[in-house]
Design a protein around this ligand. Structure first.
Ligand code: ADP
Length: 621
C-alpha cells in the first residue's frame, strides 16, 4: 500500500468546499452520479469509435446501494474506470488549469471565495462534506488489474491493488455526522429525482424496503432494487426519433400543465458552444403571467443534470410564458446564481434562444395562421413588453405583434397594414390611450376616414408607453395621431390659407382658456367635429397623464394640450362673427371640454360644464 499526499491545491480546495462552498450538501450525490454518467458516456464513445474496444461489453447502469445499518452508500458504474495513475492524478491533484488559476485568486475571505468557486467544477471532492472516509475501487476498460483508492479527505490518500469484477468504478461512502441524514432510501430517491432524473442511464437503488405482511400483521424488511430515475433526457435524442406524443408527455412533466402545448421548438446547437434547448408554448397563458413573482418556466440542465428551475436570467422577462429546458455542455455543474447573471456562455445561449423562439414564431404565423391566432390571443401583450424592453429584437417583434385596426375585423399585422397603404399615405398611423369604443369614435380619426387611410387602434393601457418609443416599421414612420405634428402631412395643398381670417378667433379662444392650453390652432385633421386636443410629440397624452397620476405618480407635471379647431365647422364659422360676449365664452369652454371628453379625460369642473351647456341649450330650445 502506498501513502500519498494531496496536492497542496487539493487540500485548500477541500477546506473551502467543506467550509463555505455548498449550502446544500445533498449535491454530493448529483456530482457523483454525474461523474458516473460521464464515465459511461466515455466508454460508450470508445466502444463505438475505437477498434480495440469494440468487442467490450457495454451494459450501462449506475447502482446505489444503501446500507442503513453501517451508514454507507455504495455507488457503482459500468463506465470507463480508472487505473492507478488515473486515480492518483484525478482524485489527488487538480489537473485543470482553470481550477489552479482560480485557487491563485483566492483571497482567504470565505464569503468572497465561495462566490468565486461557483465558476469551477469541483465535483468529486464534494463527497467529503458528507463522508469521513471514501473508498474507490476501479478497473479501467481494457485492463485486468483493479485498484483501490482510500482517503479521509484530510491529508492524503492510499492506493493499493484490488479486485473488481468487470470494468467500472465503485465508490463506498462512509457517512459522517452531517452525512447520516442521507442513509435514508426515501431521501436518496428524492435527490436522484430532483437532480438526475434525466441522466440517460438507468440509476438503481438497492435498499431495505418495508412490505406489509398481511398474515402476520406486521411490516417485513425485504431487500429491494428499483430504478429511481426516468432515464429519459428526451431532449437529447434526435428530433427524428421523437413523436409528438413524446413531446407532449415531457411538456406535461416539466410544466405540470394538463393540456397539450400549443407548439414546441427543439434545437441542438453544435459549434463553439454545445447545448440543447426544448421550448414549449402552453396553450393557455400561465395564471401568474402578470404577477411580479411569476414562476420561471425554463429549467437549466448541465449535461443532463438538473441545475435549477428558478433562474430568471435564462430568458428575457417578456418570454416568461415559455416552458422547457436548456441543457448546456459547457457550464460547470455547480454554477451559482451569481455567476449565471454574468456568464458569457449563458448570455450566448440566451441570445440565440430568443432569436430562435422569435423566428420560429414567425414561421408559425406564416405556415399555421390559425394556430398563430391562438398564440396571439394569449401572448400579444408579453410580446409588446418585448417591444419595450428588447431593443435588439424589435424588428422581429414588430412582425409578431398583432393590432386592431379601423380597416379589418379581428387582428392584423404591420406587414398587412403596410400592404394596404394608400397612395399618398406616407406613414402608418395609430390611435392610443383609451377604451376601444372611445378610440374608434375619436374626432382625431375623421381625416383618416375621409382619406381612407387605415389607423391602428391600440387600446392596451401600456400601448402609448410602448409605441411612443418606436418611430419606424422598417422604412416607414409609425405615427400617433394625437400628436401636434401628425396631420401636418395631411393638409390639402390647394386649400386656401384660413389663418388670417381665423386668427382673431384663435386669439380669443386662447385668452378665454388661459393656462389650460398650450396653444389653440387650426386643425387639418377634423371633418365632422368642431374641435379636438393633441399633445406635443415628446409628451404623454392627457389620458396617459391621468393614468400615471392614478398609479401614484403625484409629481407628474400638468402638461397642457393644444386645442385644435375645425375651420369648416358651423360652430366655428358662427363664432367668427360673434363679438366678445358671454355666449362666445361659454362656447369656447364647451369646445375645449367636449374635446377632452372625447379623449376619455375627466373634466376638472363638470358642474361648470353642465351650467354652460344649459345656458346655451336654453337659448336654442
Ligand atoms: P470533474 O468531473 O468536474 O472533471 P471531479 O473531481 O468530479 O471533476 O472528477 C475528476 C476526474 O476523475 C474526472 O474528470 C474523471 O476523469 C475522474 N472520475 C471521477 N469519477 C469517475 C468515475 N465514476 N469513473 C471514471 N472516472 C471518474
Amino acid at each position: 500500500m502506498s501513502k500519498r499526499e494531496f496536492q497542496t491545491e487539493v487540500s485548500q480546495l477541500l477546506q473551502l468546499i467543506i467550509h463555505s462552498l455548498y449550502s446544500h450538501p445533498e449535491i454530493f450525490l448529483r456530482e457523483l452520479v454525474s461523474n458516473s454518467s460521464d464515465a459511461l458516456d466515455k466508454l460508450r464513445h470508445l466502444t463505438l469509435t475505437d477498434e480495440a474496444y469494440k468487442s467490450l461489453p457495454f451494459s450501462p447502469r449506475i447502482d446505489l446501494e444503501l446500507d442503513e445499518e453501517k451508514k454507507t452508500l455504495t455507488i457503482s458504474d459500468t463506465g470507463i474506470g480508472m487505473n492507478e495513475e488515473d486515480l492518483s492524478s484525478n482524485l489527488g491533484t487538480i489537473a485543470r488549469s482553470g481550477t489552479k488559476n482560480f485557487l491563485s485568486l483566492l483571497s482567504g475571505d470565505a464569503k468572497k471565495d465561495s462566490n468565486l468557486i461557483g465558476q469551477f467544477g469541483v465535483g468529486f471532492y464534494s463527497v467529503f462534506m458528507v463522508a469521513d472516509r471514501v473508498e474507490v475501487v476501479s478497473r479501467k476498460a481494457g485492463e485486468e488489474q483493479a485498484w483501490r483508492w482510500v482517503s479521509d479527505g484530510k491529508t492524503g490518500f492510499e492506493i493499493e491493488p484490488a479486485e473488481r469484477q468487470g470494468v467500472g468504478t465503485t465508490l463506498v461512502i462512509h457517512f459522517n455526522e452531517e452525512g447520516k441524514q442521507y442513509a435514508n432510501s426515501w431521501r436518496l430517491q428524492e435527490i436522484v429525482k430532483k437532480y438526475s432524473n434525466h441522466i440517460a442511464f438507468p440509476i438503481f437503488l438497492t435498499y431495505d424496503k418495508s412490505e406489509w405482511n398481511e398474515a402476520e400483521k406486521k411490516s417485513d424488511k425485504i431487500r429491494a432494487t428499483e430504478q429511481v430515475n426516468a432515464a429519459s433526457a428526451l431532449w437529447r435524442r434526435p428530433k427524428s426519433e421523437l413523436k409528438d406524443e413524446d413531446y407532449k408527455e415531457l411538456y406535461k412533466s416539466v410544466s405540470g400543465d394538463w393540456e397539450d402545448p400549443l407548439f414546441w421548438f427543439h434545437t441542438k446547437a453544435e459549434g463553439s458552444l454545445e447545448y440543447t434547448t426544448l421550448f414549449f408554448i402552453p396553450s393557455k397563458a400561465p395564471l401568474d403571467l402578470y404577477h411580479a413573482e411569476y414562476k420561471v418556466g425554463v429549467k437549466l440542465y448541465v449535461k443532463r443534470v438538473f441545475i435549477m428551475d428558478d433562474a430568471k436570467e435564462l430568458l428575457p422577462q417578456y418570454l416568461r410564458f415559455v416552458r422547457g429546458i436548456i441543457d448546456s455542455e459547457d457550464l460547470p455543474l455547480n454554477v451559482s446564481r451569481e455567476i449565471l447573471q454574468q456568464n458569457r456562455i449563458l448570455t450566448n445561449i440566451r441570445t440565440a434562444s430568443v432569436k430562435k423562439i422569435l423566428s420560429e414564431l414567425k414561421s408559425i404565423a406564416v405556415d399555421q395562421p390559425e394556430t398563430y391566432l391562438k398564440f396571439i390571443a394569449e401572448y400579444n401583450r408579453p410580446l409588446k413588453e418585448g417591444l419595450y424592453g428588447d431593443y435588439g429584437n424589435r424588428e422581429a417583434l414588430l412582425d409578431l405583434v398583432r393590432f386592431k385596426s379601423t380597416k379589418v375585423e379581428g387582428l392584423t399585422s404591420l406587414a398587412d397594414v403596410k400592404s394596404r397603404m394608400k397612395e399618398g399615405q406616407k406613414s402608418i398611423y395609430y390611435i392610443t390611450s383609451g377604451a376601444e369604443s372611445l378610440l374608434r369614435t375619436s374626432p382625431l380619426l375623421e381625416i383618416y376616414k375621409k382619406k381612407d387611410f387605415e389607423v391602428l387602434v391600440l387600446d392596451d393601457d401600456f400601448d402609448e408607453v410602448v409605441f411612443s418609443g418606436i418611430d419606424k416599421y422598417g422604412e416607414i414612420d409609425l405615427k400617433a395621431i394625437n400628436k401636434t405634428s401628425t396631420g401636418e402631412d395631411l393638409k390639402d395643398e390647394n386649400e386656401p390659407d384660413k389663418a388670417e381670417t381665423l386668427q382673431p378667433l384663435l386669439d380669443k379662444l386662447k385668452s378665454t382658456l388661459g393656462d389650460r392650453v398650450k396653444d389653440v390652432r387650426i386643425s387639418a385633421r377634423l371633418a365632422d367635429s368642431p374641435s379636438c386636443i393633441v399633445s406635443d410629440e415628446a409628451e404623454p397624452s392627457l389620458k396617459m397623464q391621468q393614468m400615471m397620476r392614478a398609479m401614484g405618480q403625484k409629481d407628474m407635471p400638468a402638461l397642457k394640450p393644444t386645442l385644435e379647431i375645425n375651420p369648416d365647422h358651423e360652430i366655428v364659422k358662427k363664432l367668427l362673427t360673434r363679438s366678445d360676449d358671454a355666449v362666445a365664452e361659454d362656447a369656447a369652454w364647451l369646445l375645449f371640454d367636449q374635446a377632452l371628453l372625447m379623449e376619455g379625460v375627466a373634466l376638472q369642473d363638470p358642474a361648470a360644464f353642465v351650467q354652460r351647456l344649459n345656458r346655451l341649450l336654453s337659448l336654442s330650445v
